[in-house]
Design a protein. Structure first.
Length: 654
């Protein structure tokens, strides 16, 4: 029997909106709906917002409470927020709220009374990388706070249920009407829908299926890409060699779950370096990846100078001036050098202003000479040598992107030591005052990724560039530089490597199923040795691919060709939307009442789930624009909002 969901406050003139997915993106859109609803004409009824998620609204699946306490966030508590602040350029009014660190301080007594969180909260500060379980409580509170402070015109109706389909309904009056169907058999009639599911699971691809079948046939263990909190870690054998493919954040989770969670202990040695004492229950983790090194640790050092004014050399107007139709140019050879120069500029801005003793030239002279030069040119190399005497103080994108290139490693032992030394050098930089230039580099990566996002949404880049470059290797490099683990986790990784529990295989990792021996086998470009094991872990998240998703809603829409993953014939696996974020179907038309936001959208990786406070984050700007579109209000920057936005910006600037 089908149950119809009708809020008691609903009236015939209500605007009904459904948000599918109850995680951070849902909170952001809901908050901006609350911020903008006052601009609607009076007397047009309420705005009824249905929220759907099979997990509790707030954290959703990824940030749910029931996770191992040793699984941490990769951002310190002071750097996490779901609330916009005065730096954000928004059309709607500001609805401020606390960062995670401020929330912990405000609710310290209540958190200390929670037996599952008390010990962690007692030791936590704004610089602490807290557990995902504690983050879940913050998101739960944020949801309750947004609802409690919502204008009377907003009616929020949560549904802890899975949406399986959305269909259009015929109606005599103008405007789309849609029916949302859930796994429990309930339905809700709404006007507009936002897909905000966040990360989802995929069916296994051909490689993963073959590895799974091989493991089943030979009594082995294969762990495909998945969220580590959902994995059965007990399946991984103790005391044996295992292969782990991937050195990103998922690898760090596996390192924790196979090490410290199995009884391993860390202590501080007399030299101050961390030591790992195995319990004997750990496997011997042989790990590698394409790049061959783990992500850079999350930076905690502040800039010593003023923030570099970004963008400078890589913004939309500069690109269009040089290339009136950037869709016709090659991203790698034509646009990427501009992006590299942008990062170099940010690095040098901090070096010259924050560390003047390390340079031989005044900033004004350096910038004047830098401006006309191309990245990678001989003239630029000469300028850098003149202005920055020490080679280690100069920025080089190639070294950042391929740190093991030209390393000369010729065997497993040498490769393992080189990667270990790389990790130790990264950790040492955190305590080096010069590390502030790394913070400037990270800011530049955020800026260039924001610019790329603007151009993707405006369809100013070729389809192959969007799919292969922006959503491909640029996103990978961005994550490698800016989305790494807490420094303490890298220190633990170095300690486990010293203890022989982790063995680094280096770059160019290749894994095969050896039919002759019935074992998994791994080698790399630098290790010079095969490793054969009974267990293989693919330490990465499932890719966003609507052609493989197990999500019933996206499967239904895809099978009916109501969503498209193709840009001009180039398949991306992600949802195609127009410049407003509306779903585009296979016939090329945007649906008038459906929007999508998040990692499943083409070119949307730039807007992160947890934006940094006080940085005019794209996450908030995108949510504000989306909320206004849902409410039928003018977009930010349009003539009718320009005066309001200018007033807001003027008021907020000192």
């Amino acid at each position: 029997m089908t149950e119809t969901l009708e809020p008691t406050a609903a009236q015939t003139t209500d605007l009904a909106i459904a948000i599918v997915g109850g995680g951070p993106r849902c909170l952001g859109v809901l908050d901006r709906l609350c911020a903008n609803v006052a601009e609607l004409p009076p007397g047009e009824g309420k705005v009824v917002v249905h929220l759907f998620d099979p997990y509790p609204i707030g954290g959703g699946r990824v940030w749910r409470r029931d996770q191992p306490s040793l699984l941490w966030m990769n951002v310190p508590a002071s750097g996490v927020t779901v609330f916009a602040d005065e730096t954000c350029r928004l059309a709607g009014r500001l609805r401020p709220g606390p960062t995670l660190a401020e929330w912990m301080a405000e609710h310290r007594d209540a958190l200390l009374a929670d037996p599952g969180l008390a010990e962690e909260v007692a030791a936590a500060t704004g610089d602490t990388f807290v557990s995902r379980a504690l983050q879940s409580e913050y998101l739960k509170w944020a949801y309750e706070h947004i609802v409690a402070t919502a204008p009377e015109r907003i009616v929020v109706v949560p549904h802890q249920d899975l949406v399986v389909d959305i269909v259009d309904l015929p109606r005599p009056d103008p405007g789309p009407a849609q029916l949302v169907r859930t796994a429990s058999g309930r339905t809700a009639a709404v006007d507009r829908v936002v897909l905000a599911q966040g990360h989802l699971d995929d069916e296994l691809d051909s490689r993963e299926r073959s590895f799974g079948e091989f493991a089943d046939a030979h009594g082995l263990v294969y762990m495909p890409p998945a969220y580590t909190a959902d994995c059965d870690v007990d399946r991984v054998p103790e005391g044996e060699n295992i292969i782990v493919s991937g050195l990103g954040l998922a690898f760090i989770d596996w390192m924790v779950l196979l090490g410290e969670s199995r009884g391993g202990v860390f202590t501080s040695g007399p030299d101050g370096r961390l030591r790992y004492h195995p319990s004997g229950r750990e496997p011997i983790i042989h790990a590698g990846s394409r790049r061959g090194v783990p992500y850079h640790p999350k930076l905690t050092s502040p800039l010593r100078a003023e923030r570099p004014p970004l963008p400078c050399f890589f913004d939309v107007s500069t690109v269009l001036q040089r290339y009136p139709d950037p869709r016709s140019v090659d991203f790698v050879t034509d646009l990427w050098p501009l992006a590299c120069k942008e990062v170099l500029y940010a690095h040098c801005h901090e070096l010259f202003h924050g560390h003047p003793d390390l340079v031989t030239m005044e900033w004004a002279e350096f910038f004047e000479r830098l401006a006309p030069l191309d990245y990678g040119s001989g003239e630029l190399a000469e300028l850098l040598e003149q202005a920055i005497p020490a080679p280690q103080d100069r920025f080089d994108m190639a070294t950042l992107a391929t740190p093991l290139a030209g390393s000369g490693a010729t065997g497993l032992q040498e490769t393992h030591q080189q990667v270990t030394d790389f990790v130790v050098r990264l950790l040492a930089r955190i305590d080096d005052p010069r590390c502030s230039v790394d913070s400037a580099v990270a800011l530049a990566f955020f800026s260039l990724y924001d610019v790329c996002g603007q151009m993707v949404r405006a369809r100013q880049l070729s389809p192959s560039t969007i799919v292969r470059d922006i959503d491909g290797w640029v996103h990978g490099l961005f994550s490698h530089v800016t989305s790494g683990p807490p420094p303490e986790r890298l220190a633990q990784l170095a300690a486990m490597a010293d203890a022989g529990v982790v063995v680094f295989l280096g770059s160019g990792l290749r894994v095969t199923a050896d039919q002759r021996t019935g074992l998994f086998r791994a080698t790399s470009d630098t290790s010079g040795r095969d490793i054969a094991t009974r267990c293989l872990i693919d330490a990465r998240l499932p890719p966003a691919d609507i052609t493989r998703t197990v999500d019933p809603l996206l499967r239904s829409l895809t099978e009916r060709h109501e969503v498209s993953d193709s840009i001009s014939g180039v398949s991306s696996g992600r949802i195609l939307v127009d410049h407003r974020g509306r779903l585009i179907g296979a016939e090329g038309r945007a649906h008038p009442g459906r929007w999508a936001a998040g990692p499943w959208v083409i070119g949307a990786g730039w807007a992160h789930a947890f934006p940094r406070p006080r940085q005019n984050a794209g996450f908030f700007r995108q949510n504000d624009a989306l909320a206004r579109d849902l409410l039928g209000l003018p977009a930010p920057g349009s003539p009718s909002t320009a005066s309001q936005q200018q007033h807001t910006v003027t008021r907020r600037l000192p």
